[in-house]
Design a binder for this molecule. Structure first.
Ligand code: F6P
Length: 535
C-alpha cells in the first residue's frame, strides 16, 4: 500500500512539474471540459473546470486517493473507530445529523445519545418560545463553540423569527461592553457554549455575564443560564440548572459541533424547523460523501483539486468568496474547520510530512472582496485559488442588485482564467488616443497573466438545508485531505502552547508585578505595558 501510494504521489508530482502544468486556458479549448468537470451533490453544483487539473492529472489524483485508501478511512470514521488517535477518540459528527440507530462509538449507541439530546433541545425551545418572556439569546463561546452557530445565524436569521441572537466570544472586555447596553437582563437567555467548560476566555465572559444577571435579578438570574458542554460536573458547579444542560460526547470535535447542542442558539433564534432543516441538509451531503464512488465524490474531488494546488503547484493559500452577504462569516468558519484541522506537520505516525499540508484560508463576501484583496489574486506574484459561491435566487425583491452580484462573481472567475494579454491592452489604450510612450510605459502594469484557478459553487437558494449541505461539503473535503496527507485532522495541539504561556503571563501583568523570565522582546513589551498603564 505504502509503495503504491508513493508511486501515485510520484505520478501526480511528475504531472504537476511538467512544463505548462499550471495552464488552464489550453484545457478550456475542449468544449466538453466544463461539463465533465462539473459535479452535483445534493442541491449543489460545483464547477471544477477552471483549474489546471487535466484528465490525466485527475486520473493520477484518483489513483492516489485509491492508493491512500481514503474510502476505507471514511468508512472507519463512520464505523466509530478511534481515528483521532492522538486523543484516542472517534470522530462522529456524522451521527449528529444521522438517523436513529445509524452510528455507534466505543460500544455506545451514538445515535441514541444524539437523538435524546435533540429531543430535549426541541422541548426546551418549545417551552422558551411558548413562555414568551425571552426576546434575546446570548451565546458565550469561542472557536468551534462560536463560529459555526454565528455563521449559521448570520446566514439564516430573518426578521420575525422567534428570538434575536448575540455572540460573545473575545475575552476583550470591549466585546461585552458593546453588547451589554443593548440587552435586558430580564429578557435574555444566556447560553454558555463550551465543550470543555474550561476555556479561559469563555469562562471569564461567563462570569461577567452571570454577575450582570445576578446584579439585576439576584441569584434567580442563574435560572436563565443554559450550558452546552461535555463537562457536566463543571456546568453544575457554575450553577446552571440541571434541566438546562445539553450535553454531547467527546467524539464531537469543536469545529464540527454546530450540529450538536452547541447549535442551540440557532434553534432558539430561528425556530426548531430551521435547525432541523440544517441537520437534514448536512445529512444529505453525508449520504453523498458515504455513497459516491471516488470519481463522483464531490468532497473528494475538491480535496484532490486542493492537493494539486498545494503540493503540485506549490500554492500556499486559498480564498473563499461567497457572493452572498448572508455568508459573511462562512470564510471565518472555514478558517477554523480547515486550518485547525489541516495545519499539521507530522503524520499520524509522528514522522514529518514530506510535503505541504493545509493552505492559508481567507475570504470575504463578494463584491466587497473585489475592492480589497482581489488585486493580489489577479496580478500578485503567486496565484491564489479561489472558491466562488453563487446563490441563484435571492430572498429579496431587488432583482437588479442580484444580477449585478452574480455578474461580478462570474466575472471574477472569468477574469482570473482568461487574463488580459498585450494585444488587447495595447489596442484599448490606443483607441483612447494615448501617446505611444504612455502606452509602452503603462502596458506591463495593465497586463493580467490569467490561468489563475477558481472553483465555482452554485446553490439554488440559501436556506437551512442548502447551508447544511455546503458546510458538510467542506467538512468532508477536510476529512479527505487529512486522509490523503496521512495527518490527524481532528486534534489541535498547536493551540496549547499559547494558552499555557498566556496563563503564565497573566500574573505578571498585574499592577506592580515583576516580569518573569522571557526573551528580550517579550520582556521589553511587558515593561512598556507597565509603563503606559502606570502613566
Ligand atoms: O482553540 C482551541 C479550541 O479547543 C477549539 O478547538 C475549540 O473549538 C475552542 O478551543 C473552544 O473550546 P471549548 O468549546 O472547549 O470552549
Amino acid at each position: 500500500m505504502a509503495g503504491m501510494a508513493e508511486a501515485a504521489w510520484g505520478r501526480v508530482m511528475e504531472l504537476a512539474r511538467a512544463p505548462g502544468a499550471a495552464a488552464i486556458r489550453p484545457l478550456m479549448e475542449d468544449p466538453s471540459r466544463a461539463a465533465r468537470f462539473t459535479h452535483r451533490a445534493g442541491d449543489l453544483l460545483a464547477d471544477l473546470s477552471k483549474t489546471s487539473v487535466s484528465d490525466e492529472a485527475r486520473a493520477a489524483l484518483l489513483d492516489l486517493a485509491r492508493a491512500r485508501g481514503v474510502l476505507a478511512a471514511r468508512d472507519a470514521m463512520a464505523a466509530g473507530e478511534a481515528i483521532n488517535a492522538t486523543e484516542g477518540r472517534a470522530v462522529l459528527h456524522l451521527a449528529l445529523r444521522g438517523p436513529r440507530g445509524a452510528f455507534r462509538a466505543g460500544g455506545e449507541d451514538a445515535s441514541a445519545a444524539v437523538h435524546d439530546t435533540l429531543d430535549a433541545m426541541r422541548a426546551f425551545c418549545g417551552r422558551i418560545h411558548a413562555g414568551g418572556r425571552f426576546t434575546d439569546v446570548l451565546s458565550i463561546g469561542i472557536g468551534g463553540s462560536d463560529l459555526g452557530p454565528q455563521m449559521a445565524l448570520r446566514a439564516l436569521w430573518r426578521h420575525g423569527m422567534p428570538m434575536r441572537a448575540h455572540f460573545l466570544s473575545n475575552v476583550d472586555g470591549h466585546a461585552w461592553e458593546a453588547l451589554r447596553h443593548g440587552l435586558d437582563p430580564a429578557r435574555t437567555l444566556v447560553l454558555v457554549a463550551s465543550k470543555t467548560f474550561t476555556t479561559a476566555e469563555t469562562m471569564a465572559n461567563a462570569h461577567l455575564v452571570r454577575d450582570w444577571l445576578r446584579a439585576a435579578r439576584g441569584t434567580a438570574g442563574d435560572a436563565q443560564l443554559v450550558a452546552l458542554s461535555t463537562n457536566l460536573a463543571a456546568t453544575r458547579e457554575f450553577g446552571v440548572p440541571e434541566a438546562q444542560v445539553f450535553g454531547f460526547r467527546d467524539w464531537v470535535g469543536g469545529r464540527f459541533s454546530m450540529w450538536s447542542a452547541i447549535g442551540l442558539s440557532i434553534a432558539l433564534a430561528c425556530g426548531w424547523e430551521v435547525f432541523a432543516n440544517l441537520l437534514a441538509g448536512a445529512r444529505r451531503m453525508d449520504e453523498h460523501f458515504l455513497a459516491a464512488p471516488e470519481a463522483e465524490n464531490l468532497p473528494l474531488l475538491m480535496a484532490l483539486t486542493e492537493l494539486w494546488h498545494v503540493d503540485g503547484l506549490g500554492l500556499p493559500s486559498r480564498a473563499v468568496l461567497p457572493y452572498d452577504e448572508r455568508l459573511a462569516r462562512f470564510p471565518a468558519h472555514l478558517q477554523q474547520v480547515e486550518m485547525e484541522s489541516l495545519g499539521k506537520r507530522v503524520t499520524m505516525e509522528g514522522a514529518p510530512v514530506p510535503r505541504a499540508t493545509g493552505p492559508v484560508v481567507f475570504g470575504e463576501p463578494g463584491t466587497n472582496a473585489q475592492h480589497s484583496f482581489m488585486q493580489l489574486l489577479h496580478q500578485g506574484t503567486t496565484p491564489v485559488p479561489a472558491d466562488i459561491v453563487l446563490v441563484a435566487n435571492p430572498d429579496h425583491g431587488f432583482e437588479e442588485n442580484h444580477r449585478q452580484l452574480l455578474a461580478n462573481g462570474l466575472a471574477q472567475a472569468e477574469a482570473l482564467l482568461r487574463g488580459r494579454g498585450e494585444g488587447e491592452v495595447r489596442a484599448e489604450m490606443e483607441a483612447k488616443g494615448m501617446a505611444p510612450a504612455a502606452v509602452e510605459a503603462l502596458l506591463p502594469h495593465r497586463l493580467f497573466p490569467g490561468d489563475r484557478p477558481s472553483t465555482t459553487l452554485v446553490l439554488p437558494r440559501l436556506d437551512a438545508n442548502t447551508l447544511g449541505q455546503l458546510v458538510a461539503l467542506y467538512e468532508h473535503k477536510v476529512f479527505f485531505l487529512g486522509a490523503l496527507w496521512g495527518i490527524n485532522a481532528f486534534d489541535q495541539w498547536g493551540v496549547e502552547l499559547g494558552k499555557q504561556l498566556a496563563g503564565a503571563l497573566l500574573p505578571e501583568l498585574a499592577p506592580g508585578a515583576a516580569a518573569g523570565a522571557h526573551d528580550p522582546s517579550t520582556a521589553a513589551l511587558i515593561r512598556e505595558l507597565h509603563r503606559l498603564q502606570a502613566g
